[in-house]
Design a protein around this ligand. Structure first.
Ligand code: PEP
Ligand code: MG
Length: 584
C-alpha cells in the first residue's frame, strides 16, 4: 500500500510529542448573522437595550479593574468604548432602522457598526486601523449579548484543539480539559501559547495556515510535535506507524528515567545545573518528578492568566510560599510580572507596537503600587531563604537601580511591621534586550545573577517577531550575531562575579546545549519535560571539547555554517540513543 501524503499539513513543531485524538474546532466568537424580519418592534428594541446594558456592565467592570491596576490614563480606552455605546447618533440610527426595516437587531447592529470598522481598517493611519479592532470588539460584545451567549470556557475532554490562533489563556484553560494536542493556523515557536504547550507537555504544531479549513470537528488527527506536521484522518498504515512511535517514545522515557538521580555534569566533571521553568502551578509535580535542581524562572504573569486578575498581596504570598516550600531546599527564581508585549495585559491597550511598548519593567515602574504588592509578597515568602527575585525586560541601569530602591522601600515597610523576610534576598535581571547585552558588565555588577532570555533577545537582536510564523525562518538562534552576543554576555557578566543562566527556549534545544555549555553558562532553565534529555546530553560530553566547539562557532560568519557545525558535532559525539530520541 502506498503511503498517503495528501492528508498531511505542515507547520512549525512548537511542542514535542505525538497525540492521536478527535479534533475539536475552536472558533472564537464568530457570530452568524441573519437578516430575519421581526413582528414585534418593542420587543426587539427591548432586547437591544438589554444587550447594550449588559455590554456596558461588562465594560465598566473591565474599566474599573483597569483603573485600579493600571491607572486612569491607561484605562481610558475602555471609557472610550463605553462612550461609543452611549453615542446618541449611533443608537438612534440603529433604533430607527429596526423600526423602519423591521429587521432583527443583530443584523442592524452588525451592518451599522461594520460601516465604521470598514472605513477605519481601510485607513493608512496605523492608529485608525488599531481603533477599528476596538469597534469590532464592541460590535462582537453586543452581538454576543444579543444572543445571550456566554464566553466558551470549557471544552470536551481528550481532544486535539484546532484553532486559528491560540492565546496563552486558551492554552491554560483548555489544559484543564485534558487536551491531547494543539494545532493552529498562526503562531510561532516562541509564542507564549507554544511555550505553555511545552510546559504542559502537550504536543503542538503551529503556523499550519489552513488547519481550521482542512480539519472538521470529529476528524481523527495526529499531531506530530517533533516534525511539525498534522495528519488528517490517517489511513491504517499511518495510524500503525504512529502507534509504534508512541510505544517507542514511552520506552525512551523509561531509558531517561534511569538517569534521573544522577548528577548533571559532563564526562570531565563540569557541573551545569538543570533548573525548570514554571508557567502554571500544576507543573510542580512534573518538575519534582524530573528532578529539577531548582526553578530558574517563574513566569508570574501566568498566575494572572490562571486567576483572571492580579492576585492581591496575600494571594500572591500564598502562591510564592507554596512554590518555595515545594522546591525547598533548592531555590526558586521568581520573575516579577512581565506583562504587555505578546503577553496578555489585564486590559487591551491596542498599542501600535506592543513588542516595543509598555511591557515588563516599564509597566511595573510606572505602576509602583502594583509592583510593590508583588515585591512584598515575594519578600514575605522568602523567609526560608530559597527565593530570588528577577526583573524582566531590563534595558537601562536606571531600571535596575530604581527597582532596587523600591525593593529596599518594601523591606523597610515589612520590617516596620515586624514581618519576617530574607534580608539578603538575591536580585537578578533578565538579559533579553540588546542594550542590556551590550551593557552586560555594568548591569551584572548591580545584581547577583543574570538570566539570558533568548526568546526576546533573538527577536530584538534580529528584528524578527518571535510569534510570527511568516518570518520564522529568520528567527535564528544560531545566527552569528546571536552566538557572539551570548559569548559577550556570559564573559562580561562572569567578570563581575555574577552567576549566569539561560531561561529562554534555546536552552532546551539539544543541538544548542553543547554550544551553550562551551560558552560557559552555569545553568540552564528549561521546561520540566526537557530536563531528562538535556541531562543525558550533558552527561555524554566533555567540557574541554565544548569550549573548543564554542571557540570555533564564534569565528563563523553565517547561521548555516554554525548550525551545520553543531549538527555534525552532535551526530558524531552524542550516542545513538539520543539521536533516536530526538527523531521520535
Ligand atoms: C525570554 O524572553 O527568553 C524569556 C525567557 O522570557 P519570556 O519568554 O517569558 O518572554
Ligand atoms: Mg522575555
Amino acid at each position: 500500500m502506498e503511503t498517503k501524503t495528501d492528508n498531511i499539513i505542515k507547520g512549525i513543531a512548537a511542542a514535542p510529542g505525538i497525540a492521536i485524538a478527535k479534533a475539536f474546532i475552536y472558533e472564537k466568537e464568530r457570530e452568524s448573522i441573519n437578516d430575519d424580519s421581526i413582528t414585534n418592534v418593542d420587543e426587539a428594541l427591548q432586547n437591544l437595550e438589554t444587550a447594550l446594558a449588559q455590554s456596558k456592565k461588562e465594560l465598566r467592570k473591565i474599566f474599573s479593574v483597569a483603573v485600579d491596576k493600571l491607572g486612569e490614563k491607561r484605562a481610558a480606552i475602555f471609557d472610550a468604548q463605553i462612550m461609543i455605546l452611549d453615542d446618541p447618533i449611533l443608537l438612534s440610527t440603529i433604533q430607527n432602522r429596526i423600526r423602519i426595516e423591521m429587521k432583527v437587531p443583530e443584523f442592524v447592529v452588525e451592518d451599522e457598526i461594520s460601516k465604521y470598522t470598514r472605513i477605519m481598517s481601510a485607513s493608512n493611519e496605523p492608529y485608525m486601523k488599531e481603533r477599528s479592532h476596538d469597534i469590532e470588539d464592541i460590535k462582537n460584545r453586543i452581538l454576543r449579548n444579543l444572543k445571550k451567549k456566554k464566553l466558551k470556557s470549557r471544552i470536551t475532554n481528550d481532544v486535539i484543539v484546532i484553532t486559528s490562533n491560540l492565546s496563552p489563556s486558551d492554552t491554560v484553560l483548555f489544559a484543564r480539559s485534558n487536551v491531547k494536542g494543539y494545532a493552529t493556523d498562526f503562531g510561532g515557536l516562541t509564542s507564549h501559547a507554544a511555550i505553555l504547550a511545552r510546559s504542559l507537555n502537550i504536543p503542538a504544531v503551529v503556523g499550519l495556515h489552513d488547519a481550521t479549513n482542512k480539519i472538521k470537528d470529529g476528524d481523527v488527527v495526529i499531531v506530530d510535535g517533533f516534525f511539525g506536521q498534522v495528519i488528517i484522518n490517517p489511513d491504517e498504515k499511518q495510524l500503525a506507524s504512529y502507534q509504534e512511535k508512541l510505544e517507542k517514545l514511552s520506552e525512551h522515557d523509561e531509558e531517561l528515567n534511569k538517569i534521573k538521580d544522577l548528577p548533571s555534569q559532563t564526562l570531565d566533571g563540569r557541573e551545569v545545573k538543570l533548573l525548570a521553568n514554571l508557567d502554571v502551578s500544576s507543573e510542580m509535580d512534573f518538575i519534582l518528578h524530573n528532578r529539577a535542581q531548582g526553578i530558574g524562572l517563574v513566569r508570574t504573569e501566568q498566575l494572572f492568566e490562571e486567576y483572571e486578575e492580579f492576585p492581591d498581596e496575600e494571594k500572591q504570598y500564598q502562591i510564592y510560599k507554596n512554590i518555595a516550600e515545594q522546591i525547598y531546599p533548592d531555590t526558586v527564581i521568581i520573575r516579577t510580572f512581565d506583562i504587555g508585549g505578546d503577553k496578555v495585559l489585564p486590559v487591551d491597550l491596542h498599542e501600535p507596537n506592543p513588542m516595543l511598548g509598555w511591557r515588563g519593567i516599564r509597566l511595573l515602574l510606572d505602576s509602583p503600587d502594583l509592583f510593590k504588592v508583588q515585591i512584598k509578597a515575594i519578600l514575605r515568602a522568602s523567609s526560608h531563604k530559597n527565593i530570588k527575585l528577577m526583573l524582566p525586560m531590563i534595558a537601562s541601569i536606571y531600571e535596575i537601580t530604581e527597582s532596587k530602591r523600591l525593593i529596599e522601600e518594601c523591606k523597610k515597610e515589612l520590617s516596620a511591621n515586624g514581618i519576617n523576610y530574607d534580608k539578603n534576598i538575591g536580585v537578578g535581571i533578565m538579559i533579553e534586550i540588546p542594550s542590556a547585552a551590550v551593557m552586560a558588565k555594568e548591569f551584572a555588577s548591580e545584581v547577583e545573577f543574570v538570566s539570558i532570555g533568548t526568546n526576546d533577545l533573538i527577536q530584538y537582536l534580529l528584528a524578527v517577531d518571535r510569534g510570527n510564523d511568516i518570518v520564522s525562518k529568520q528567527y535564528q538562534e544560531f545566527h552569528p550575531a546571536v552566538v557572539r552576543t551570548l559569548k559577550h554576555i556570559i564573559k562580561a557578566s562572569k567578570e563581575t562575579g555574577a552567576y549566569v543562566s539561560m531561561c529562554g527556549e534555546m536552552a532546551a534545544d539539544p543541538f544548542a546545549v553543547p554550544l551553550l555549555i562551551g560558552l560557559g553558562l552555569d545553568s540552564l532553565s528549561v521546561s520540566a519535560s526537557a530536563i531528562p534529555l538535556i541531562k543525558k546530553i550533558i552527561r555524554s560530553l566533555n567540557y574541554k571539547e565544548l569550549q573548543s566547539l564554542a571557540d570555533e562557532c564564534i569565528t563563523m560568519k553565517s547561521e548555516k555554517e554554525i548550525s551545520q557545525h553543531l549538527h555534525n558535532f552532535f551526530n558524531t559525539k552524542i550516542q545513538d540513543i539520543i539521536k533516536k530520541l530526538i527523531r521520535g
